[in-house]
Every structure is written in structure tokens, then in C-alpha cells.
Design a protein around this ligand. Structure first.
Ligand code: ADP
Ligand code: ZN
Ligand code: ZN
Length: 838
């Protein structure tokens, strides 16, 4: 029986292996197979029935149950075709890390190995002898990957196989031992007590008299299990009640509680929720009700239906999702909900937990490996009805999916940049919807132009929420022209007096303020006042970023760091000036300016990648801000996302131009989206009207005008969208074309240029369905010492709807290139639907 196995290597089609006698394997199971001289983990993608002559055999079957359902196998196959990566690479990306061991095979020595044995072996098979000698040095098990490292040899698959057949060793799979989730003992009330109130009361009466501590513990277990619907971890209970855990054992002996093993809860689960109201009972607005009705109708039709849910910020999209989900799970369906970056949006997950409790699995980027695997296994076992997670959750092993929701579908973080497969979570969600035959809701206050074009072409249904729920008003917006402010010296650092006045007023009224730095990253560069020199990374063609806190200069591309310089290395001047405004710098400016004018010292905190690197820090900051413990929060994109804090009445955008002047064909679109999202953070309730102050040097730029007026006057936004789409069409950019980027890089500059030229020549310059540009040097010409070239391909969607024609063209070019020219020192990657920044 030939078995087809997909391996996680670039450009490799599934390979065929034989199956050892007596072993069975199903499609979707992971297996260990020999590949050349290595042992590799792959996935069985097909099992043939016909007998086939000699071939290499599978070494080990790793799964009893398939790791992949038929649907996910189909999904990964389509992804590999669309994104031109190998099926095995996609399958690997679809599993949680930790479940994808390089080699999990372990070797156990079965009988003592004597010197004579070794000598004899030496004569016949020296390689095997070396292996055996190594094995003799070790007590107990040893892993294959360790042996490979130790012997500096990869060619051990066949030797091990031989030694096993000769009865020296046993090769065994070890099931991700250290990685399985930590199990702990937990207690729940005995069913007999739960079903009989008399008995319960009798138990308490008895314990009150005989064993008060046990009574206390039983009461705690009762209340907690009633509230959470899951057993109480015993260690935690002992801690909280200051009793010994033997108290619970006594309760078990009396038959009052049952003890079981459960997966230990993560710190996040137990944190108090950021949710303040019960959303399961709020009354829907008319618009929400209509949207829910349409979506539930579509769910019942059981076919792919893309829906763009365009709701202004605060219009209650989340509630629409919740009610649609309710409908689906009542009909025994399951739901996949994708969110941009879950660790940045703890509030959103909390809102779903508050309504759906333990039926929700939250795949969090900060879960420990074991926790993630534990959740993944429980999802596969069917324990959850709803899975919430970021991009990779689109692969969750969920069955019976009847609804897929992509929240904030316009977010760039849905795109995976590296490594392959370079997929887009939203587009993969649509593929999955096609396989499960279900609606896919793309929700956003600022839908991507891709989605709007799909609506215009009739490929997606548009549902709109045009008003804020709860009677809240859209924020009023003031524009501050930075050019004027600079002229009249009304700037304190990067902050205008206008903004400072508004902030001071909020602090006095104890309302919350967000100060937003509209920029990816938070770079502060250093520049010499005298010669203009800017310290650069020694490995990459980018300026180093100054991190004041650690007093180092660091490269954001390769991580290179050096101590802050005392003087310019070019001219020796000590006048080094910070240029650009990072969040840290803004924070300092604000503290200085506000301390001058206020009686009470305002409490200002910063929220960016630096201050939230540890688990839970983000949540803690948000909680303190929500409770009024912090007056003002300065931050990056992180504060623009899905924050719903009623006391925020002012949002200040430090410099709206920053995202506008990026080298990206989506720069305008991104600016509109960012500003609209940020504005949405202000005045989320009817009682606290909000204001946004936008500082900009280009108040007349169409994107800024559109963003500022957009939610209030949809016509302005529609006009901008129309203009932008027309522009994109004129210059052949998405959404009318697929933007495909081939990157060639190597340590050798000449080789890079040469390979780029050769590869480009293998791709026709144009057909009626594509355009291939000549290789160019991207804006960062060198990363980690590797020189870069890119070839851009635009694939016209109207002439090649699925992209199949263009892909076949590229596949041919790559095949020729790899057959006759490729070199291991030159790296070639391909990115379909790439970001615009190069
Ligand atoms: P969006 O995701 O569209 O920005 P949310 O779902 O976060 O909006 O809703 C904004 C706020 O309005 C939330 O606090 C939510 O609880 C509240 N809300 C939404 N719908 C209603 C409703 N029908 N009645 C009362 N409050 C609502
Ligand atoms: Zn200098
Ligand atoms: Zn670098």
C-alpha cells in the first residue's frame, strides 16, 4: 500500500512510501519517514490501495487519530497551490508549534553492548559501530536528533533501522513528552449532592458540626463550580482558603466531592474580566437586528456566502457576532472567530467568555507551548463550540464549522510575512468557508478596498451598521495644522498647545485621554548635529533606533545592538540629537508640559511593545486606565485596537502624516483606517461625548480629509474610496491585480543581482493576464548582511480570476530555475498578495 506523505520542505511534492507489515495509518496522521539521509516528520495526505514494488518505508506512525480532518487537509492543499508553497510547509504551519517536532523518535538499548560486540561490528559496519558506541555511553533513552548532532551525521536513519532489525535497539515514538499540558487535581461536587438539595443541606449541617474546614471547602467548591461550570483546582483552593489540600481528600472519602485531573488554567483565564455589562441581554438596535437576521438566514443555507459587515466604530458589531453565534450553536454548529492580535485585545475575548463561558477556546499568542497544545487537542476532541484566535487559528481543528467571522478584516497583521506559507488569514478564512459551505463575515469599521471591490462586483453581500449603538455620538474632530503651530511657536515638543489645553481639561474632569503615535514601530534615530551622520546597523541598510531605557542603539531588522555613543564616530562631535518621536519621547514631552501647567501631577503611562512584553502587562495597564488610576495613555497601534473604555473622551493623534508618507501603495488606505479606528476609541457611551484632535502637516490630503469626515458623512468616504480605487486601477495595483513579490537574497551582491536577472528572464515580461517588472533593489537593500533584489509581478484578476494562469507561468519559471541555476547560497522566496512595503 503506497502512502503519500507531504513533507515540510520548500517546493517538494508529496513523496510515496511503503508501510511496514502490521502497521496501519490513516490519512491526516503524522509519520516519520526517511528522506535522503535524514528522518523527517510528514503528514499522510493519501493512502493508495494498489500494491507497488520496492520503496522506502515509513519509520513510525506518530498519531493514532489523524491530526488533520479532511476539511483542513483540503484547505492546506488549496493554500499551497494559491501561495506557491509546498503542501507539507502549509501542514506544518497549521499545527501548533510543539506538535511539529523535528524528530520525536527515541532510541532504547535492549541488551548490554560489550567491547567484543563493538569490535566485531567495527569490521562489518563501522558506521553502525560508532552509533552503538555512542548508545552505550548513555543511560536510558536518547533521541534521534541528539544522536544526529552528536555524531555530526545525518545519515543515521538506515543504521538505526538495521540495528533495530538486529535486535540491539528499539525505536520509539515519544509523544511530545515535556510538551503535554500540566495536569492538576481538581474537585467538583458529587452528582448525588447536586441533584438532591436535601442531601446537600444535610452534608453541610454534618460538616458544620464535625469539620468546619471541610464545610468551608465544600462551600467554596459548590459556589465556584456553579459559577464557572468547571472543577476547582485543589491547590488553588487550599491557597485561597488557607487550608491543607487533605481537607479535600477527606471530602472525597465522605463521597461529597469527586476528584479529577484537569488541565491547569493559565494566568489569563483567571484574571478578572474586562467586561462590565451583560451583553447577552442587551436589546438589539434595529440595524443590528436586521444584520443578525440576514446572517442567520445565510447560516441556514449551508453555502459559502461572503458578507462584509461594515459598521461604524461603536456600532455593536461584536453583539451582532454574538447573536449570530448563538443561533449557530443552538443548531449544533460551531464557529471560528479570527481577530487581529489577540494579546492586544484581551477585552474582546473577555466579552465572548462572558456570554459563552467555557464553550469558548481562546488561542492566545502568549500561551505556553503545552497550554496551546492542550487547547488544540481539546478543540479537536470537540470540547468547544467557538474558537477565537489570531491568524493561525484559521487552521483550528474544529468540526462542523457553520460560521466564520473575521473581525477587523482590514488589519495588516492577518498577513503572514515569513516564513512560508505567506498566507492572508482573511483570504484563507474565505477558502475555509468554501470547504465548510458556510458564511464568512468580514467585519470592520473600515473595510479593505479588496472587500469593497468584492461587494461592488457582487461577490460579497454588504451589511451596514451606520449608527453607534447605545445612542453614543460620533466624536467631534479638530484638526491642528502643525505648520501653523510651528510658525507661531505653539508646539511643546511634538504636542500642540491646543492638544495640551484639551488634555489638561480632561485630567481635571477625571476623564481618560489616549495619545496615539500613528506609526508602525516607534523609532527614534540619532543624528549628529555637526556632520549629519546617522548611526547605521552594520548588518542592514537601516538606521539604528535609540532605546533610551536600556541606553542602547538597536536594529529592528536583525536585533544587532551597541551601547549608546558618547560622540559621533565620524566627526567626534558630542552633539547627538534624537530625531523622530518615539512613544518614550512623547511621554517625556507630555510629562514636562503638563507638570508645568497643572496643580496635580498627572498620571501618564506608556503602552507599546516595550512596556507590555510580559504576559498580563497589557491587561493590567488597561484595567488601571479603565478604573481611572491612569489619566493618560501614550501608545502605538496597540491602543487603537478594539478598546472600549467609557471614560475615554479625548484621543490625540500626534502626527497623522507618519503613515501617509510610507513607501506603500496602501499608505492612504492605511491612514484612513488607522485614524478612523483611533477616533472610534473616544466617547463610546452616550453620557461622555468624545473628541479627537488630529495633528497634521497636510490637513488637505484626501486621505486625511476622508478619515476626518468619514464616519460622519459617508459621502466623503465613498468619494475617497472611489478615487482611490480608480487610482489603483490606473496603476494596476490591488484589488484589481494580485501583487506578487519574488525576493532574491544572498551574502554575495553580484550573485544576488545575477540570480535576480536570470529568474526574471525566465518569466515572460507580460501576457494579457500579467505584468512582470524588472528586478529592483528594495528600500532596505541589505538585511542581516544579505543583499536583496525583488521582482514584482502584477496578475490581472479580470483576465485570470483564480490566478491559475499566472501561477502556472511562475511554476514553470521556478522549475527551470531550480533545475538549472539555483544555488544553495541564494535564497528565493515568493509572496503572493504581498504587503505594499518593500
Ligand atoms: P464595534 O465592535 O462595532 O466597535 P462594540 O460591539 O464594541 O462595537 O459595541 C460598542 C459598545 O456598545 C459596547 O460597549 C457594546 O456593549 C455596546 N452596545 C452594542 N450594541 C448595543 C445595544 N444594542 N444596546 C446597548 N449597548 C450596545
Ligand atoms: Zn558627526
Ligand atoms: Zn540590522
Amino acid at each position: 500500500m503506497p502512502i503519500h506523505v507531504a513533507l515540510p520542505l520548500p517546493r517538494l511534492e508529496p513523496l510515496t512510501y511503503g508501510l511496514p507489515d502490521g502497521i496501519h495509518v490513516q490519512r491526516g496522521c503524522r509519520v516519520l519517514v526517511p528522506l535522503g539521509t535524514r528522518i523527517v516528520t510528514g503528514t499522510v495526505v493519501a493512502v493508495d490501495q494498489d500494491a507497488v514494488p520496492k520503496m522506502r518505508h515509513i519509520i513510525e506512525v506518530l498519531d493514532e487519530e489523524p491530526s488533520f480532518s479532511d476539511e483542513v487537509l483540503e484547505l492546506t492543499k488549496r493554500i499551497s497551490e494559491y501561495y506557491l508553497s509546498s503542501w507539507g510547509e502549509v501542514l506544518q504551519a497549521a499545527l501548533p508549534t510543539g506538535l511539529t517536532p523535528a524528530t520525536v523518535l527515541h532510541v532504547t538499548v535492549l541488551r548490554p553492548i560489550t567491547d567484543d560486540d563493538l569490535e566485531e561490528m567495527e569490521l562489518r559496519a563501522p558506521k553502525r559501530a560508532r552509533l552503538l558506541r555512542e548508545l552505550r555511553e548513555h543511560e536510558g533513552e536518547i533521541s534521534v536528533s541528539y544522536l544526529q548532532r552528536k555524531l555530526k551525521a545525518t545519515a543515521i536513519a538506515d543504521q538505526l533501522d538495521a540495528l533495530q532489525r538486529m535486535g540491539w535497539i528499539r525505536l520509539e515514538q515519544s509523544l511530545e513528552q515535556q510538551r503535554v499540558p500540566r495536569m492538576v487535581r481538581a474537585a467538583s461536587i458529587a452528582p448525588s449532592l447536586l441533584s438532591n438539595e436535601e442531601e446537600l443541606r444535610a452534608a453541610f449541617d454534618f460538616l458544620d458540626a464535625k469539620a468546619p474546614k471541610q464545610s468551608l471547602a465544600l462551600g467554596h467548591i459548590y459556589l465556584t463550580t456553579q459559577r464557572d461550570g468547571r472543577p476547582v483546582e485543589i491547590a488553588r483552593l487550599a491557597d485561597e482558603l488557607h487550608v491543607s489540600s487533605t481537607v479535600v481528600d477527606s471530602l472525597e472519602r465522605r463521597g461529597f466531592v469527586e476528584i479529577s485531573q484537569v488541565i491547569r488554567r493559565t494566568a489569563d483565564d483567571e484574571d478578572s474580566s474586562l467586561v462590565s455589562r451583560n451583553e447577552a441581554v442587551v436589546k438589539l438596535t434595529a440595524e443590528q437586528a436586521t444584520a443578525v437576521e440576514r446572517i442567520t438566514e445565510l447560516c441556514d443555507m449551508r453555502q459559502l456566502s461572503p458578507v462584509v459587515l461594515h459598521g461604524v466604530t461603536g456600532s455593536g458589531k461584536t453583539i451582532v457576532y454574538q447573536r449570530a453565534i448563538q443561533h449557530v450553536i443552538e443548531g449544533n454548529g460551531r464557529v471560528l472567530l479570527l481577530v487581529p492580535e489577540i494579546s492586544l485585545t484581551p477585552q474582546l475575548a473577555d466579552r465572548f467568555r462572558a456570554v459563552f463561558g467555557d464553550r469558548v477556546a481562546v488561542l492566545h499568542s502568549r500561551l505556553a507551548v503545552g497550554e496551546r497544545i492542550g487547547l488544540w487537542q481539546r478543540i479537536r476532541a470537540g470540547e468547544f463550540d467557538i474558537v477565537i484566535g489570531a491568524r493561525s487559528a484559521v487552521f483550528a481543528p474544529l468540526m462542523d464549522v457553520r460560521l466564520i467571522i473575521v473581525d477587523e478584516e482590514h488589519e495588516p497583521s492577518y498577513k503572514q510575512d515569513d516564513p512560508a506559507p505567506r498566507y492572508h488569514g482573511r483570504d484563507v478564512a474565505l477558502m475555509r468557508g468554501q470547504i465548510h459551505k458556510c458564511p464568512v463575515i468580514l467585519g470592520s469599521a473600515t473595510p479593505s478596498l479588496e472587500s469593497l471591490a468584492n461587494v461592488a462586483a457582487g461577490r460579497a453581500t454588504l451589511l451596514q451598521l451606520t449608527h453607534r449603538a447605545d445612542g453614543a455620538l460620533l466624536p467631534s474632530i479638530r484638526v491642528v495644522d502643525l505648520r501653523e503651530e510651528r510658525k507661531s511657536r505653539r508646539l511643546k515638543g511634538a504636542i500642540s498647545m491646543t492638544a495640551l489645553d484639551a488634555i489638561a481639561a480632561r485630567i481635571e474632569r477625571k476623564e481618560g485621554t489616549l495619545v496615539f503615535l500613528n506609526r508602525r514601530g516607534y523609532a527614534v534615530n540619532l543624528q549628529c548635529e555637526d556632520c549629519g551622520d546617522v548611526p547605521m546597523c552594520q548588518n542592514c541598510d537601516v538606521a539604528l533606533t535609540y532605546h533610551k531605557h536600556a541606553n542602547v542603539l538597536r536594529c529592528h531588522y536583525c536585533g544587532y545592538a551597541e551601547p549608546m555613543r558618547a560622540a559621533c564616530t565620524t566627526c567626534g562631535s558630542v552633539d547627538l540629537r534624537e530625531s523622530g518621536s518615539g512613544t518614550q519621547r512623547i511621554e517625556e514631552d507630555l510629562v514636562t508640559a503638563l507638570n508645568e501647567r497643572m496643580e496635580r501631577t498627572p498620571r501618564i503611562e506608556r503602552m507599546d511593545a516595550d512596556t507590555t512584553s510580559r504576559k498580563g502587562e497589557h491587561r493590567t495597564l488597561l484595567k488601571r486606565f479603565a478604573s481611572g488610576d491612569i489619566d493618560l495613555l501614550v501608545g502605538t497601534q496597540m491602543i487603537a485596537k478594539g478598546l472600549d473604555i467609557p471614560r475615554v473622551t479625548l484621543v490625540v493623534v500626534v502626527n497623522a502624516d507618519m503613515s501617509l508618507h510610507q513607501n506603500d501603495f496602501r499608505a492612504s488606505e492605511r491612514t484612513v483606517q488607522l485614524l478612523t479606528q483611533v477616533a472610534g476609541r473616544a466617547g463610546r457611551t452616550g453620557s461622555h461625548p468624545g473628541e479627537m484632535i488630529v495633528q497634521t502637516s497636510s490637513p488637505d490630503h484626501p486621505a486625511i480629509v476622508a478619515a476626518i469626515n468619514g464616519e460622519r458623512s459617508p459621502d466623503v468616504l465613498r468619494a475617497w474610496e472611489g478615487d482611490e480605487l480608480r487610482l489603483r486601477r490606473e496603476v494596476d495595483y490591488p484589488p484589481y491585480t494580485r501583487f506578487i513579490v519574488i525576493e532574491i537574497s544572498s551574502l554575495d551582491e553580484a550573485a544576488t543581482l545575477d540570480h535576480a536577472r536570470v529568474l526574471a528572464a525566465l518569466i515572460p515580461a507580460r501576457t494579457d493576464y500579467h505584468l512582470r517588472l524588472d528586478p529592483v533593489t528594495p528600500s532596505v537593500a541589505r538585511i542581516r548582511n544579505a543583499f536583496r533584489q525583488v521582482i514584482i509581478i502584477k496578475n490581472f484578476k479580470d483576465k485570470d480570476q483564480s490566478g491559475a494562469l499566472c501561477r502556472s507561468l511562475l511554476r514553470n519559471a521556478f522549475a527551470t530555475y531550480h533545475a538549472s541555476y539555483a544555488s544553495s547560497s541564494v535564497k528565493v522566496t515568493i509572496d503572493v498578495d504581498a504587503h505594499g512595503t518593500l
